[in-house]
Write a protein that binds this ligand. Structure first.
Ligand code: ARG
Length: 440
């Protein structure tokens, strides 16, 4: 049962938060007159020593140390003697663990936000470096219209900007202090919760003691957030796996692996793992949500199950952000191969637009351009190989200047609306990401 019940094996990661929480709690109890200033000083000194032992990796976990809270208190009492027993006055491990976990999560969220910023900056950099390169854009994985390679890359940065915004909004919600909620009913010694919150760098105090000890919304929120982030990274990875297969982009050797059997192989393992991590991420979010569903008020030991998925999620997100940044910064686009995938049929819409500019209704031009595509198919030639005469046989409004339609660069440059694939619109997207990153 001891082995089954303990959490020290994983919650020791919160040793620093636990010590910080205890120092603030000792100070608040001194302020409330529960501890003398001298007792408080002794406790704070002892807690600082506990902190040093963890930092120096000399802290010894003993049998009976059920979790990080009991371990730290046991050690504190060894150092300072019986006065150590005064620290926990009015406190429960219920408000203590909620406090530690929130402090840990806020720190992790800030680090993750910074890693995400690095990825976005890398994306903006790579997009700018490769702004000249054109590629085939697809819908339904069917060739659709020419776009800039940079525009495609930025299409994967836009969701990551939203993820960064969402994470930014989560931090103040997580950063609320539950300490002083006691086991469930509140603190009977007149503790100043605003003071506790301030000491610990929280933005405010939680609203209801009963809720405070069992609220794990912030953990679920991070798990769901990470699922969305992994989903976006997974989509980027999948696009890159396909483009890599078509030789439009080459992965750096550092992010690829060979085969144990086939000597010619270079597999995009980094991308496949980036794609694959999303599944288990969703599992963690679903798993903890199912654990919380139907829990009675207030603290129940089920809640101890929150930390393993939380820690795993943070570790996995950080790994993926770092690897994804490395992949983007080291991969090499192959402009010739990307261009090879362009075909004149992808300009069929431009052909229709040509007549639109001559005043023909689009529904009609769509039909006319379709007839041109069909004729080229029948003649077994490319769309741009139709002669002016053949075009004019389909519609007399085609003139000499129609041949200018067969230009991928011009097609792309016409998409100069905000968010389009023209160079100026792409540059604006890059600039906007940079401004956003500066604001983080
Ligand atoms: N190790 C516990 C957890 O992680 C700490 C809280 C224990 N509280 C209790 N009443 N047993 O949730």
């Amino acid at each position: 049962m001891e082995k089954f019940n303990e959490s020290i094996g994983f919650d020791q990661r919160m040793w620093s938060e636990d010590v910080r929480g205890s120092i603030a709690f000792a100070k608040a109890n001194a302020k409330a007159g529960i501890l003398t200033q001298e007792e408080c000083d002794i406790l704070v000194q002892g807690l600082n020593q506990v902190h040093e032992e963890w930092a120096a990796e000399t802290f010894e976990i003993k049998p009976g140390d059920e979790d990080i809270h009991t371990a730290n208190e046991r050690r504190l009492t060894e150092i300072v003697g019986p006065v150590g027993g005064k620290l926990h006055t009015g406190r429960s491990r219920n408000d203590q663990v909620a406090t530690d976990t929130r402090l840990w999560t806020v720190k992790a969220e800030k680090e993750v936000l910074n890693d995400l910023k690095t990825l976005l900056q890398a994306g903006a950099h790579v997009a700018e470096e490769n702004i000249d390169i054109l590629m085939a854009g697809y819908t339904h994985l069917q060739p659709a219209q020419p776009i800039r390679y940079s525009h495609w890359l930025l299409s994967h940065m836009a969701p990551l900007v939203r993820d960064a915004q969402r994470l930014q909004q989560m931090i103040p919600r997580t950063n609320q202090c539950p300490l002083g909620s006691g086991a469930l009913a509140g603190n009977a010694f007149g503790i100043d919760r605003e003071f506790l919150a301030k000491e610990l760098g929280f933005d405010g105090v939680t609203a209801n003691s009963l809720d405070s000890v069992c609220d794990r919304d912030f953990v679920v929120e991070f798990l769901m957030w990470s699922t969305m982030l992994h989903t976006h990274i997974s989509q980027l990875a999948e696009d890159l796996i396909i483009t890599n297969m078509l030789k439009g982009v080459d992965m750096d050797d550092a992010y690829a692996t060979g085969s144990s059997l086939m000597p010619q192989k270079k597999n995009p393992d980094a991308l496949e793992l980036l794609r694959g991590k999303a599944g288990i991420a969703l599992g963690r979010a679903v798993g903890l949500t199912a654990t919380l569903k139907g829990l009675p008020r207030a603290y129940n030991k089920d809640l101890q199950e929150d930390k393993i998925p939380l820690f795993q999620a943070v570790d996995t997100v950080k790994d993926c952000l770092a690897i994804c940044t490395g992949v983007l910064l080291t991969m090499q686009a192959n402009p010739e191969k990307l261009k090879e995938a362009l075909c004149p049929e992808m300009l069929a819409t431009d052909l229709a637009d040509y007549l639109v500019r001559k005043g023909v209704p689009f529904r009609e031009t769509h039909h006319i351009s379709g007839a041109c595509v069909r004729l080229a198919e029948e003649e077994k030639i490319r769309l741009d190989q139709l002669t002016l005469e053949q075009l004019q046989n389909i519609d007399a409004r085609f003139a000499e200047d129609v041949m200018k339609v067969w230009d991928y660069e011009m097609s792309v440059e016409r998409k100069s609306s905000l968010g389009g694939t023209a160079r100026s619109s792409v540059q604006k997207q890059i600039d906007d990401i940079r401004v956003f990153c500066e604001s983080l």
